[in-house]
Write a protein that binds this ligand. Structure first.
Ligand code: LMR
Length: 397
């Protein structure tokens, strides 16, 4: 049965991990997969997560099934973190959600819900977008189109072109947006640009679908959700995928949430019955442990304060690295202005070098990044920064 299956190439992001591990160069640098790293290059378990886990071990009384929607307390806590407790759509009882195995799980179940509502619907994605967005939605049967977003030549947002395209997108189509810390470009929309976008969504009648994997990594927990809160208040229907991988450091625990905003409470109940049915058909119900950690952190004032402090520390380290990188590249005599990196947000930026130069960095210097030249800023440190900057300057000279 399986003999005829062909060998697929490694995943463009995850495939870098094995190549990096196999490299014996002591100076090797991993700027590939998007995980936060500290100065020592480790991805630590947050202190607050350790504390919550200790409490959980003491208090957990059962491992019985939690059901397809996951824990109600987790869903409520994440809805409030994303939308704000007082958001009008919560008061209007128009929101339903399911706890999912990570942000990918959320995107996938939402894709299947969309398929049930409108088979083969078109979803518009930013050019570029996170590489896994395309197969996640495409393999569920949705049609993929793209809108201009980031201009690689000028290293700037292509907002006018984005607006021009979205003004032609109509009712029945979906538009995928990144809430903050755009992956892979790091180029985010300003408040004014979100306002323009919300007006276009309202006028055109398309359905926004927001992917939020980095709340708190951009400017702050509140500022990073400005756009999605505005959109939720402006349109009748919207979808939101949340990941807790980065901001709680819970990558392998697979914690996420798929949230759908419906036009009224009755539609919300019907939609939720479909969404939980999608979950049941796929993996029956989500794993509990990671979401229970998040719920206990968000519902305990002390733990929450500790989490926010650790989150600020991660964000400030990345922002410091952005500043440092721009300065060091200048010092290394790099034949390109990298100032744009200082203004971008979150874990990623494009260096804007070509695939040949990316391969040269890997081959000659053991510096690993995605072919598109996206780097994970958090993979840099005081220790490896000079080596990295000299190597990059040499490759682009
Ligand atoms: C990334 O973009 O590197 C992360 O979101 C990890 C992944 O699964 O691709």
């Amino acid at each position: 049965m399986f003999n005829h299956l062909s060998q697929l190439p490694a995943d463009p992001i995850l495939g870098l991990l094995s190549a990096f591990r196999a490299d014996n160069n002591p100076n090797k640098i991993d700027l590939g997969v998007g995980v936060y790293k500290d100065e020592a290059g480790h991805t630590p378990v947050l202190q607050v997560v350790k504390e919550a886990e200790v409490r959980l071990l003491r208090s957990e009384e059962s491992k019985a099934y939690i059901g397809p929607a996951g824990a109600a307390g987790f869903n409520a806590a994440i809805q409030q973190l994303a939308l704000g407790a007082g958001h009008v759509v919560l008061a209007d009882n128009r929101v339903r959600s399911v706890q999912t195995p990570g942000g990918c799980g959320a995107l996938r179940v939402m894709a299947e819900l969309i398929q049930r509502a409108k088979k083969g619907a078109t979803i518009w994605m930013s050019d570029p977008t996170w590489v896994n967005h395309i197969p996640l939605f495409g393999s569920a049967g949705l049609q993929i189109k793209s809108y201009p977003y980031y201009d690689r030549d000028s290293s700037k947002l292509h907002f006018d072109a984005m607006v021009e395209t979205l003004k032609k997108v109509g009712e029945g189509d979906l538009v995928l947006l990144h809430a903050c810390c755009h992956n892979p470009s790091g180029a985010d929309l300003s408040r004014e640009q979100w306002q323009v976008l919300a007006k276009i969504a309202q006028k055109q009648g398309f359905t926004p679908i927001v992917d939020m994997a980095y709340q708190g990594f951009g400017d702050s927990l509140e500022e990073d959700v400005y756009g999605l809160r505005l959109l939720a208040a402006s349109v009748p229907e919207m979808l939101l995928a949340v990941s807790c991988s980065k901001n709680f450091g819970l990558y392998r625990e697979r914690v996420g949430m798929a949230m759908v905003l419906y036009s009224d409470g009755a539609a919300a109940d019907r939609g939720q019955s479909q969404l939980t049915n999608v979950v049941r058909e796929n993996y029956s119900m989500p794993p509990s442990h990671g979401a229970a950690i998040v719920e206990s952190i968000l519902t305990d004032a002390g733990l929450r304060a500790n989490w926010e402090a650790e989150l600020i520390e991660m964000r400030e380290r990345i922002n410091g690295l952005r500043e440092g990188l721009v300065g060091r590249l200048k010092d290394a005599g790099a034949a390109k202005d990298f100032d744009f990196i200082r203004h971008q947000k979150g874990m990623f930026s494009f260096l804007g070098i070509n695939p040949e130069q990316v391969h040269k960095l890997q081959r000659d210097y053991s510096i690993y990044m995605v072919d598109s030249s996206r780097i994970n800023i958090a993979g840099l440190s005081e220790t490896n920064m000079t080596y990295f900057c000299r190597a990059l300057a040499a490759v682009i000279e």
